[in-house]
Design a protein around this ligand. Sequence first.
Ligand SMILES: N[C@@H](CCC[C@H](N)C(=O)O)C(=O)O
Length: 391
Amino acid sequence: MAMAASISLPLTSPCRRSLASIKPFRGSIRAEIFKSGSALRNPRFHISASSMSIDAPQKILQDSFLDRKESGFLHFAKYHGLGNDFILVDNRDSLEPRVTPVQAVKLCDRNFGIGADGVIFAMPGINGTDYSMRIFNSDGSEPELSMLIAHQADESDTLFLPISKLLLSRCVAMVYDASPDLLLSLIIYEGNKGTLKIIPGFTVHTGAGLIVPQIQDDGKVRVDMGQPILRAPDVPTKLPGNKDQAVIKSELQVNGLTWNVTCVSMGNPHCITFGAKQSEILQVDDLNLSEIGPKFEHHDMFPARTNTEFVQAFSRSHLKMRVWERGAGATLACGTGACAVVVAAVLEGRAERSCTVDLPGGPLEIEWKEEDNHVYMTGPAEVVFYGSVPL
Ligand SMILES: N[C@@H](CCC[C@H](N)C(=O)O)C(=O)O
């Protein structure tokens, strides 16, 4: 599979930032810039190792970028939340993902592909719902977060729930808020109607419950991430639980050390550690993640493998974490991971229910509400670019 011959970018400041940050490389990029829906223009950017030139527009395309269905090409949008990046694919015409897990691995490759932590597919609804979701990690594996299902909340809004409630809900909300007329989103654009009909404060129904992303004045999105799952077999982990079957501050042997771990599922499994028993306070910046991460991920105690968060507590409301994601390795952010970390910190008596969690990509605000037992996450999500790749 060759790398994309063309990319498309919206006329927004992220777009300008993206263009400015394109690194020179051999070959050429055709950038198709489009604005306010219908009028798509096609200036060409030839980029080589030493030069960049822009031709005059060649033609006006009447169809939206997302309506293009040339065979052999995959059209996508790339989003990120604090650097946790995903390729979003409009897969609404088939229950079969448009790319195989093997192709997903290639697309996610940061040198030979688009580069991402995973691929998300927006798919037709099942069981009476309008849409369903699937996700492939960058190693081609498929987390439980797949198949979260959204349906039409009322006649006027049509949504699907982004992959992991976290990143995807934030992306949906951000796309709606920032540019509902730009046809930017694979997620919410209704090709046959040519319009977007989303209401502020919309709700999303999912297999995991009702999701209500809210856009705040500062542009960040607050998402109800649902209730944490603590029963060991449901996480899943084979570590012995306490009387409620929760695994809190249990001992796990990894790499010759006894680590204290708490296990939490936010729909996907997380193993959280504040350090090894014999060690001083964990200095997360000193960790060799690529050495230790896989040993947690593939540990016998985690039958479905696990995401792992290494955490340092600065105070009872300020935590810092690094994450080794199942199927993706060290990532810059992980929303479900940050939620699981605050749940673990509360269960271990280390933190209050509202915390700022610093991740390599930036901070997330997490609250585990006592009243409803739900975890609420507040953070950003941004579109990076739109593009096509030959498959
Ligand atoms: N690697 C995860 C799935 C992706 C989670 C996402 N990065 C997040 O922000 O939660 C898994 O396999 O569970």
